[in-house]
Every structure is written in C-alpha cells, then in structure tokens.
Design a binder for this molecule. Structure first.
Ligand SMILES: Cc1ncc(COP(=O)(O)O)c(C=O)c1O
Length: 371
C-alpha cells in the first residue's frame, strides 16, 4: 500500500545525518530537534501551538483531557473511521455518540450531528477521513450554537487546506478548538516509528496540554494534573523536520496518482471514484473506491494474486465492533457507513507510484471488474 523504502532512498543522506546528529548529542528525549520540528510545523500550519506527543491516539486522548471532558459527557463522532477515536472516548469514560457519514465524502454528516445533540453533548470529533476535511464551517456553526468543543481528527489529512466561504483558508487540524495528528510511518507526514501532535491556537489549553503529556507536571516533580507520558522522541522529530519540507510535494505526488486512477475508472458503472468537497483540498492519505455489484473478496484475492495489495478501510463501523457494541445502536442505524464498510476498497497510494505501476494496477482492477 505504501513504498517507504523508495521514499527514504531519495532523502537518505539528510535523514541519516539527522539521526546521527541526535545520537551524537545523546539528547534522546525532548532534545533540540523536538523544539525545531515543533516550531517549523507551527509555521507550516499557521497555528500558534503544536504540542508533539507519542502518537495520534494519545493526541486525541490528551486533547479530550485538556478540554476537561468528564465521565458521562457525550462526544459525537463518526462511526466510519479508525477505532482510536472511540477508544479514547471509552478510556476516559465519556459517552461516544455515533453518527453516520455522507455517501460522497465519507465524512461525518452535518444533519446527523444536529440530530444527535442532547443536553449532555460536550464535543464533536470530526475525522478528516482519507485526506479531505469534513465540513468544518457547518460544524463550527453547530458548535457555537450549542457551546460544544470541536476536536479535529486530522491524522489522515495533515497539509489539507480548508476553504472558508469568505475565501480564507486554514490547514486541517487548526480550525476547531484543538486538532490531533499521527506521524505513524504510513501517514502523509510519517516518521520511522510512532509519533503524534496536538494543535491549538488557545494559549491556556496549549499550556495545560503541555503539562498533561508530561505527567501533569509544570515544575519538575510537582504534579498539578493527572497526566500521561506521551512524548515525540528526538530521533523521530529530526526525521519529521526533514520530511516536513517535502510534505507539499508529497501531497502533489499523491494527487497525481489519484488523478490517474480517477481517469482510468471514470464512467465505469461499477466504480465510484472519490469525491472531493468544494470546501477542501485533498491530500489522498487513501485512495478509496466504492465498488458496486462486485464480489469484493474475490476482487481482493485476484489483485493479491497479481501482487497488488488492496485494503478495506474500514470493514466494520465503530457501532458494530465487538468491544463497542451498545444497546443504543442496532444494525441499520447508520446505513451509509454500513453500506460503505461493505463496498469500499482502497488501492495503493503513496508518493512513489509511477505510471507503469498505476497502469498495471488500474488495468488489473478493470480486467476483473469488466469481466
Ligand atoms: C483517523 C485516525 N485516528 C487516529 C489514528 C491513530 O494514530 P496512531 O496510530 O498514531 O495512534 C489514526 C492512525 O493510525 C487514524 O487514521
């Protein structure tokens, strides 16, 4: 699905030197590379505060802790995403409130959010799925009306631009009260291990979150808050600082591959290509198709035999996951998410795809579908 090796080869001298620098300095934890990367990412995103942390899941958890969400508070989120969002809601004893997604963007449905609000609702977590932003302007309006926090799940959309109706733009993750991202190796900005970060323009919240990721500690060995240990290590920060310089060019490469796929699959009655909403750019963390009237398992097997990995993101929506079954929800409650989970496939998507590979992938897929 990704080709991290070829990507590394192109920047190897810089990356290797940066890793060796950190080893030489022995500043493995909170070394200067962490601060450098933090500042460079703040500039890139146009956000006041980036707080690096251990991974994207921690970023979500710490954001919710920082906002002071309390057991029993209801948090509205999409049922069609990676489990991390529901997981941290459950770990903090908050109440997850699942909502459906829109069929075209696969992102959280605005109408569904509105219907799910109760007096206990405290926050909305839109996830910018597969690399394009959810409808943030509409979400901010609902949040303002009902005094709710907005926590952006920007793990898959770092670098994407949200376009407001007045013509201004903001980067994914910097629009709500707080944004969260992951630097998992296969992410658009991926490190060589685990990593994550939290974004906010709120000084007070940033300060609190900086304490929470460091054992709730503001003065050494004085713990004012219950915190966690969640740090981005110095080697990962040094790697990310180099890859950040390439992030826009990586997004272009992903877009180029997506355009190739779109052209190849256009007008095929059995394939629905991704729709990009007018209010967002797309950084194609995943290239995800909806396939109709096709035996998906056989298709994946066929592609596998040709040496082409095809993945299903995500085969089971949150409300149908064993660990998260809840008497409030039953089959059919979230028809779009359920349909998508049964009909989507994701094709290889990364920065190193060339025309020959794209030709082979598209021709293979079409040969199965048109048969
Ligand atoms: C939408 C979403 N949320 C959360 C995460 C969790 O990030 P991590 O794996 O860094 O904990 C990921 C990525 O894995 C993700 O894609």
């Amino acid at each position: 699905m990704v080709d991290l090796k070829s990507q590394y080869q192109k920047i190897k001298p810089e990356i290797d030197a940066a890793i060796l620098d950190v080893i030489d300095s022995t500043a493995f934890i909170n070394g200067p590379s962490v601060k450098n990367f933090q500042q460079n990412l703040e500039t890139y995103l146009g956000v006041k505060h980036v707080i690096p942390c251990g991974n994207g899941t921690d970023a979500l958890q710490v954001a919710m802790m920082g906002l002071g969400l309390q057991p029993g508070d209801e948090v509205i989120t999409t049922t069609f995403t990676f489990i991390a969002t529901a997981e941290v809601i459950a770990l903090l004893h908050l109440t997850p409130v699942c909502v459906d997604v829109d069929a075209d963007t696969m992102n959280i449905s605005i109408e569904a959010i509105e219907k799910a609000i109760t007096p206990k609702t405290k926050a909305i977590v839109p996830v910018h799925l597969f690399g394009q932003c959810a409808n943030m302007e509409a979400i901010l309006k609902i949040a303002e009306k009902h005094h709710l926090y907005v926590i952006e799940g920007a793990c898959q959309a770092i670098g994407a631009d949200y376009k407001f109706r007045n013509g201004t733009t903001k980067k994914a993750g910097t629009i709500g009260d707080v944004g969260c991202t992951s630097f998992f190796p296969s992410k658009n900005l991926g490190c060589y291990g685990d990593g994550g970060a939290i974004f906010t323009n709120n000084d007070e919240l940033a300060n609190k979150i900086r304490g929470i990721v460091n054992h709730g500690m503001f003065v050494r060995y004085y713990h004012d808050l219950v915190g966690v240990n969640s740090r981005l290590d110095s080697i990962q920060a040094a790697i990310l600082d180099i890859k950040l310089k390439h992030l826009d060019e990586y997004a272009q490469a992903r877009n180029k591959a997506a355009s190739y796929y779109n052209r190849a699959f256009s007008n095929n009655p059995k394939i629905v290509t991704p729709t990009t909403a007018t209010y967002t750019s797309h950084v194609f963390h995943q290239y995800t198709l909806i396939i109709k009237d096709i035996d998906r398992a056989s298709l994946i097997e066929f592609m596998g035999e040709k040496g082409i990995p095809v993945m299903i993101y995500y085969p089971v929506p949150m409300h149908k996951q064993k660990a998260y079954l809840d008497p409030r929800y039953k089959d059919g409650d979230f028809p779009v998410a359920e349909y998508l989970s049964e009909h989507v496939i994701s094709l290889p998507m990364h920065t190193e795809l060339d025309e020959e590979q794209l030709k082979y992938i598209t021709e293979s897929l079409l040969s199965f579908i048109n048969n």
